[in-house]
Design a protein around this ligand. Structure first.
Ligand SMILES: [Zn+2]
Length: 164
């Protein structure tokens, strides 16, 4: 996480005031991620979104783009064939007494590995979905960064009890 953030900072260029500081402390890394990824993304989306600024357009585009994410996965199975879905009932051994062990017995029902083409298509569709998610946040005055932090804290608190 830290290394990734530092790489982003270098790629985007850093001001002399911050680049002389070493090592980069955790607060600065967190601020960098917030500024460059979440806030920057929301600002860029706001600047780019011209045609579909209505909340009604954004709501329908968000749903449509989520459908296209699923379609990209389906196409990887049915058209490309780089991955397969082999599904049947989840079989949990009755003697299992630990939640940690339960995870290893739950099947994803997925076989194979996405090829480069399908990775590209899926990434594009997820990107579009994120675009409209950010656009919705903009209209509602919400911060993607704050939502991510809140959700991460919630998941961390629930731990293994988060069954959803
Ligand atoms: Zn493929």
């Amino acid at each position: 996480m830290g290394e990734h953030s530092v790489r982003i900072r270098k790629a985007a260029g850093s001001s002399p005031a911050t680049s002389t500081r070493s090592p980069i402390d955790l607060c600065e890394v967190k601020a960098t991620v917030k500024d460059l990824l979440c806030d920057g993304f929301q600002e860029t989306v706001d600047e780019c979104l011209i045609r579909h600024r209505s909340i009604l357009d954004i709501m329908s585009k968000l749903t449509e783009s989520a459908g296209r994410v699923n379609r990209a996965v389906s196409k990887a199975v049915t058209t490309c064939g780089c991955i397969q879905v082999e599904a049947d009932r989840q079989r949990i051994p009755p003697e299992l007494d630990s939640l940690e062990l339960l995870k290893s017995h739950m099947s994803t029902h997925l076989k194979g590995k996405l090829c480069d083409h399908c990775v590209e298509v899926l990434e594009d569709e997820i990107g579009r979905n994120l675009f409209y998610l950010a656009a919705l946040c903009n209209l509602m005055g919400l911060s993607l960064h704050d939502i991510l932090v809140k959700e991460q804290e919630r998941i961390a608190c629930l731990g293994m009890f988060n069954f959803s």
